[in-house]
Design a binder for this molecule. Structure first.
Ligand code: DQA
Length: 145
């Protein structure tokens, strides 16, 4: 099984960015945590991790996953709340997808309560910190927690 993890804008700034909200782990720490988790728990799962600050690049990446990946874990970051293009791309490829948000977007500003990408996802994992990525992988790989 091949899973693509997609991270949107400013997530490369994890560790520096608003640590009170997003924690102190750096983006590299989070990538390592994901790859180590998969190596230790899933012999049959291959993972690729992608980050971009650009909406069109995220759309391109989703399109390129068609016929290649079996699942997508996506944290579209700020594009969650604005991007119909990312929603449409997820619908276009119809690859199983899980949305992740490190923070609890439902307990923050009202504009963060709308998720376009979430409309194309079978599950949303919200406010579980960076463990949310691992829970999303579990979900896609068949352990439905
Ligand atoms: C986020 C929440 C978004 O509202 C925000 O714009 C982000 C990160 C999260 O992981 O909690 O950049 O997706």
């Amino acid at each position: 099984m091949k899973i693509l993890v997609i991270n949107g804008p400013n997530l490369n700034m994890l560790g520096i960015r608003e640590p009170g909200i997003y924690g102190k782990e750096t983006y590299d720490d989070v990538c390592r945590k994901i790859t180590t988790y998969v190596e230790n728990n899933y012999a049959n799962v291959e993972i690729e991790i992608f980050q971009s600050n650009h909406e069109g690049d995220i759309v391109d990446k989703i399109q390129s996953a068609y016929g290649v990946f079996d699942g997508i874990v996506i944290n579209p970051a700020a594009y969650t709340h604005t991007s119909v293009a990312i929603l449409d791309a997820l619908k276009a490829v119809s690859i199983r997808a899980v949305e992740v948000h490190i923070s609890d977007v439902n307990e923050r500003e009202p504009f963060r309560r709308v998720s376009y990408a979430g409309m194309a996802c079978e599950k949303s994992i919200i406010g579980k910190g960076t463990d949310g990525y691992l829970l999303a992988i579990d979900w896609l790989a068949g352990v439905k927690r």
